[in-house]
Design a binder for this molecule. Structure first.
Ligand code: DAT
Ligand code: MG
Length: 166
């Protein structure tokens, strides 16, 4: 079954110039990239993204990490890959959550580390199941930013000033 999956290249991945390597590894899946952008992650976005972990002792550091506060890189690269069994394929390539336990040839096994403060710097995020993928994609992307129709949309009236090229 075709399905979408949210991938984030986290600030450590960007700081270590791993974008190309990671995209090359992900291209082994033959999945289609249907959305991609650089994002400055707000407190709200980081909090909502990791809401399922909000009671964990490492939550505060995790939010700082995702926002780039630990790497002086206030951005992440967000992508949606789409295709057959996309979540499994990408999670397989990513490797285990704990980079020390991740298979050594996986992305996290190759490039991740645990800091002395206990932060899992595991380079990428990959949605863990179809419901999480839908929730996360709707947090990170609007319908107009995705080149295929993934989920039902509605039209809303918005009158808002936006920046345009001068
Ligand atoms: P995953 O990112 O593999 O889906 P998750 O959703 O359980 O794993 O956790 C999200 C992130 O939180 C994970 O990428 C790194 C961090 N994390 C999870 N467990 C942790 C722990 N025990 N100590 C420190 N960071 C942890
Ligand atoms: Mg997860």
């Amino acid at each position: 079954m075709n399905q979408p999956v949210l991938i984030l290249i986290k600030p450590d991945g960007l700081k270590k110039s791993l974008t190309g390597n990671i995209l090359t590894r992900l291209s082994e899946t033959k999945l289609e990239i249907v959305a991609a952008k650089m994002v400055r992650v707000s407190q709200d976005l980081a909090h909502n993204h990791y809401i399922h972990l909000k009671d964990k002792p490492f939550f505060g550091e995790l939010i700082k990490y995702l926002r780039g506060e630990l790497h002086d890189r206030r951005k992440v690269m967000a992508l949606i890959y789409y295709g057959e069994d996309a979540i499994n394929k990408c999670r397989q390539l990513a490797g285990a959550t704990n980079p020390e336990e991740a298979e050594s040839t996986s992305i996290r096994g190759s490039y991740g580390r645990i800091t002395t403060a206990g932060v899992y710097e595991n380079v990428i995020h990959v949605s863990s199941n179809p419901d999480e993928a839908e929730r996360e994609i709707k947090l990170w992307f609007g319908p107009d930013e995705i080149i295929v129709d993934l989920f039902p949309t509605k039209n809303i009236e918005k009158t808002k000033k936006i920046a345009a090229w001068a």
